[in-house]
Design a protein around this ligand. Structure first.
Ligand SMILES: CC(C)(COP(=O)(O)OP(=O)(O)OC[C@H]1O[C@@H](n2cnc3c(N)ncnc32)[C@H](O)[C@@H]1OP(=O)(O)O)[C@@H](O)C(=O)NCCC(=O)NCCS
Length: 165
């Protein structure tokens, strides 16, 4: 497995993973598919803002990706980012999310970021366990603040305070 910054060539693989999560999970609270143009704009914006998007590549396929995005727009949130982590169903359970998240945290450490927030659907046991394993702490659950597939969804918030270097 190779972990590196995402490039234009990775966008079709990222689109496939994203749209699968739209169709089959409550990890993304959205029903709309994205396309390569949409993800190109997302990649360009992240690159311009110095926010990482990492991919894990296995046998020349994008097996998963992780990113940091602005948490909220006001200036006071300048040192907080929100993470995303997605692994293609064919590659889950092999340590890929752990490796991606460790690289993401390493990238973020020693820079301007102080806290990473993870907003996780309340019943996503795999994601909650993954983040806990990496040092994230639970900050509480907002019940029924989202909806998908005709059900109310809870948001479980977790955070990681980055070590000062
Ligand atoms: C959650 C997700 C990213 C985990 O990816 P993964 O590559 O399978 O995870 P890893 O193999 O690195 O496992 C890391 C840890 O996650 C937890 N975990 C992974 N799969 C799990 C499962 N099915 N049930 C419970 N815990 C699980 C475990 O703590 C595991 O650590 P361990 O192997 O030391 O026990 C992946 O299942 C996924 O992409 N799901 C769909 C999208 C999603 O939910 N993204 C997160 C949105 S907040």
């Amino acid at each position: 497995m190779l972990i590196r910054s995402a490039s234009e060539d990775d966008l079709p693989g990222i689109v496939e993973i994203y749209n699968d999560a739209v169709d089959n999970t409550v990890a993304i609270w959205n029903n709309d598919h994205v396309d390569v143009n949409n993800r190109r704009a997302w990649l360009t914006e992240h690159q311009a803002d110095g926010l990482p998007i990492l991919v894990a590549v296995v046998d020349d396929r994008v097996a998963g990706y992780a990113s940091l995005s602005h948490f909220r727009d006001f200036q006071g949130y300048a040192h907080t980012a929100e993470n995303s982590i997605y692994v293609h169903p064919d590659f889950q359970g092999r340590g890929i999310a752990s490796a991606l998240m460790r690289s993401l945290i390493d990238d973020a450490t020693g820079g301007h970021l102080h806290v990473i927030v993870a907003a996780i659907e309340g019943e996503n046991a795999a994601s909650i366990a993954l983040h806990r394993k990496l040092g994230f702490v639970s900050a509480g659950t907002i019940p029924e603040c989202g909806t998908k597939f005709g059900e109310w969804l809870d948001m479980h918030l977790m955070y990681l305070r980055l070590p000062a270097e």
